[in-house]
Ligand binder design. Sequence first.
Ligand SMILES: Nc1ncnc2c1ncn2[C@@H]1O[C@H](COP(=O)(O)OP(=O)(O)OP(=O)(O)O)[C@@H](O)[C@H]1O
Length: 282
Amino acid sequence: MTAITDDVVADGSTQIIPSATPAAGLAEIRANEVSAWFGDHKVLDRVSLTMPAGKVTSLIGPSGCGKSTFLRILNRMHEMIPSASLAGSVELDGEDIYDKSRKLTDARRAIGMVFQKPNPFPAMSIEENVLAGLKLTGTRIDKDARDELVESCLVKGGLWNEVKDRLDAPGGGLSGGQQQRLCIARSLAIKPRVLLMDEPCSALDPTSTRVIEETMLELAREVTIVIVTHNMQQAARVSSQCAFFLAAQGTPGVIVEHGDTDAMFDSPQDPRTSDYVNGRFG
Ligand SMILES: Nc1ncnc2c1ncn2[C@@H]1O[C@H](COP(=O)(O)OP(=O)(O)OP(=O)(O)O)[C@@H](O)[C@H]1O
């Protein structure tokens, strides 16, 4: 299959053109001493974590310990909340995404997000949904490349076989699990280097959950994945790396322990990790 690359056209927008070069390489994302506040309320304290390229990293921990806040900091969504502030840095392959010379949209483009509740544009067709991110980023694409992109994203999203004969049907007519896979396909269309997923299966039945998990494992070959999950079995099934967040009563969230998922589950170093992964609290 032909790879797709961006090119800046005369009017300043970008155009997607076929190219012989491979898709963007796998990227590591690293948080350095990240702290976060909502107003005066500090919710994360100097959290550092390296999320390796081409792997799935799970963020686990009880409700309210700052996992979603941390995830939103990784693609500069935290700063959209009026009372929110942060300290520390986030590097994508060594480049600080918060560097003042960098545009917010660059981070969003490189680091996609899939939310807890599937949020396709319900009245748009399946095809239009996949291409929606390109429109928002002012990306032009010719018909052949567009068809190819729609198919490849739906294949990667694990949805192609179910929708290939009805690409014109509204996205809102799909089941919850299919809608979530459509959202994954939509995220992939702008070729992110990292995909953040905030409890992507919590609104889905076990069968749909299993399909999304299989999709994640496939996707990790070409995009670094960071997932927030409350489901320990899911963390064990999909991730090779894991970070356990905890906020003790009245204190901001920290990472208690992180590392290989197998090691975290089989022989945790900290008794709090052991209690959490064995379901003794949270
Ligand atoms: N928009 C916001 N305004 C003010 N406080 C917020 C906001 N979002 C989150 N918080 C607070 O920040 C803290 C961390 O919340 P966050 O949602 O990041 O935790 P979490 O670990 O993802 O929780 P859950 O697992 O329940 O989703 C909590 O105390 C929460 O009340």
